[in-house]
Design a protein around this ligand. Sequence first.
Ligand code: HEM
Length: 225
Amino acid sequence: MTAYDVEPGDQIHAGHPVTVDRYTKSARINHWITATCLVLLALSGLSLFHPSLFFLTGLFGGGQPTRIIHPWIGVLLFFSFSGLFIRFWRANLWRREDGTWLAQLRDVLAANDDKLPEVGKYNAGQKTVFWGMSFLIVVLIASGLVIWDQYFAAYTTIDQKRLAVLIHALAAVVIICVWIVHVYAAIWVRGTVSAMTRGRVTGGWAWRHHRKWLRELVGGRQTRS
Ligand code: HEM
């Protein structure tokens, strides 16, 4: 039986160095479309958030085009992220070792890897980011629809819109912070970025950071020479 966190396409390749496939091409395309949407959403959203940032509307052709395009990028992000969610939710389910890993955050930050429990495809930090993003994207699309007056003005009251604007802005600030943590972690843990660019990591990286996942791959004989 395949382990819960071994995803389609995960595979070890013997060689010097050993490499491990971590993301299929379609997963990577799905990820980068999502990432591009979030960056564009943040820029267009910030430009509408405060007058001092209005100059950012220049990137989208001015104030009106920015107002029109921002919600549509949000819809695209929602569907694109749904694709990531369907692919990755199972491997992000919380496991017993995740609590231990979180409790040892000091060792994580000090890179004392040998003191940490072996983790599967994702560690507790990645899982927290995953579920945080999932929750925030639902909040953003739901509150965004309430304030999308071009199409839905008649369906909500002024008071509901006021509350939705507040929730939308708060969720946006939090997801930008979560995104910064995600990108920082991807760069900080050396060898991670290639997982999302070329689709593969080295065996050494998998052994050091996701040993349980590597063992599952070896045990399941998803190996090619
Ligand atoms: C634009 C900058 C971004 C960079 C440089 C980046 C980089 C990466 C990298 C390197 C991984 C692989 C991590 C691993 O396998 O251990 C990854 C995974 C992932 N990224 Fe991003 N990412 C970015 C933006 C985003 C955005 C905006 C989202 C969603 C809104 C996102 C959602 C995810 C998800 C769901 C995963 C799978 C990991 C998991 O399920 O926990 N990423 N990213």
